[in-house]
Design a protein around this ligand. Structure first.
Ligand code: SF4
Length: 364
């Protein structure tokens, strides 16, 4: 088992690298945790990070907890797209707190910088995160520590406060200078890398969140894969994903559940299409999906004839003869429509239970 005095939340961004290194420079043992979910995280890059930054880093999957938070909706609401940044930070900090006893750590550190982001790194928000994650006194922000009250780790002398920093604001000048002084040559780009902040993905996720009775992390991984299509047929919402390449086809197979239905053209090459069913599709929808899936096989389309499509579900296979048809009714909700629905729902919830009440009642 690994032990560490401090657990550092490690996103892979420059600030989290600097926070961990700054503490290590004091001779402290730091263990980094990199959280992954369908929306953020780069599990495959962790070995590379370990290597180039010489840090101890583990991956922790928070997908199911994160999706549960989205299902019940974030207390502090969504940002510009579908990003619940304040609730996200509370969730990750809470998860890190749960890991403290495992690693024997007495303090959690993050790379947050006061005033860097409009929503989640304001002073009052940073305090709300600390309070709601039950980390009062144990959440250290080494890059902005001099703007904040000392933590228990500083008061006890574990961490030398005089070697912490007072960075604030949106610029990256100080961080880049620090990286240079530390000899860090691979500087990650400032882009967030969170899919919840990307309009197209946010629109996809909103549909999943509002259509499925109990969406899980696996549903959102599925939503990340291949071309995505929705259509209402005979009053039922139908969700279909079509692979763009072999990698997508394998991923769709991996995420498919026994209830899902797959479509594959029998006599020509073509992609795999998978229907994400949460209730049985009407026969009309199955036929429409088979014709649509076949339209992604150029040779099947070129044949100009009925083609055989193999339909599999729950280990049972059947066959349909269909004319390939790229019906435009299969599509996606535009972001503007999703955004309007998100805003309307948020307004209603705020009316019922204002989130800033939680800010007002905060005991910092
Ligand atoms: S941008 Fe995404 S990962 Fe970052 S705090 Fe917001 S929700 Fe969390």
């Amino acid at each position: 088992m690994k032990t560490a005095q401090i657990i550092c939340l490690f996103s892979g961004g420059l600030d989290s690298i600097l926070a961990a290194k700054l503490l290590e420079q004091q001779g402290l043992s730091v263990h980094c945790v990199h959280f992954v979910s369908p929306f953020f995280g780069q599990a495959r890059t962790v070995p590379h990070w370990r290597n180039i930054y010489n840090l101890s880093i583990d991956c922790v999957d928070v997908g199911e907890e994160f999706v549960a938070m989205l299902r019940r909706r974030p207390t502090y609401g969504f940002g510009k797209e579908l990003n619940p940044c304040v609730d996200c930070k509370i969730l990750l900090a809470s998860r890190a707190r749960e890991l403290m006893s495992y690693y024997g750590a007495s303090c959690i550190a993050t790379g947050e910088v006061l005033g860097q982001r409009p929503m989640s790194q304001r002073r009052d928000t940073l305090n709300v995160i600390k309070r709601d994650a039950l980390l009062k006194g144990t959440l250290l922000r080494p890059l902005s520590a001099l703007h904040m009250e000392p933590t228990e780790a500083e008061l006890s002398g574990l961490v030398d406060r005089s070697r912490l920093l007072g960075i604030s604001g949106r610029g990256r000048k100080d961080q880049l200078a620090l990286a240079q002084a530390m000899g860090i040559t691979e500087i990650p780009s400032p882009a967030g890398g969170c899919r919840l902040t990307e309009k197209e993905n946010a629109s996809r996720y909103w549909r999943v969140l509002t259509s499925l009775p109990q969406p899980t992390a696996s549903d959102f991984y599925f939503a990340n894969t291949g071309r995505q299509y929705w259509r209402t047929i005979a009053g039922q919402e139908c969700w279909l994903a079509i692979g763009r390449n072999q990698y997508d086809n394998l991923a769709l197979e991996a995420f498919a559940t026994p209830e899902n239905m797959s479509f594959k053209v029998a006599d020509f090459s073509g992609p795999l299409a998978v229907a994400r069913q949460w209730q049985a599709w009407p026969a009309e929808a199955v036929r429409e999906a088979a014709a649509f899936a076949a339209s992604f096989s150029p040779r099947a389309v070129k044949s100009g004839q009925l083609v055989r499509v193999l339909v599999s579900t729950g280990g049972q296979q059947s066959e349909l003869n269909v004319l390939p048809c790229r019906d435009a009714a299969w599509g996606n909700e535009p972001w503007e429509a999703a955004r309007a629905a998100i805003r309307a729902e948020q307004k209603e919830r705020q009316h019922a239970a204002p989130a800033n009440k939680a800010y007002k009642n905060a005991e910092f």
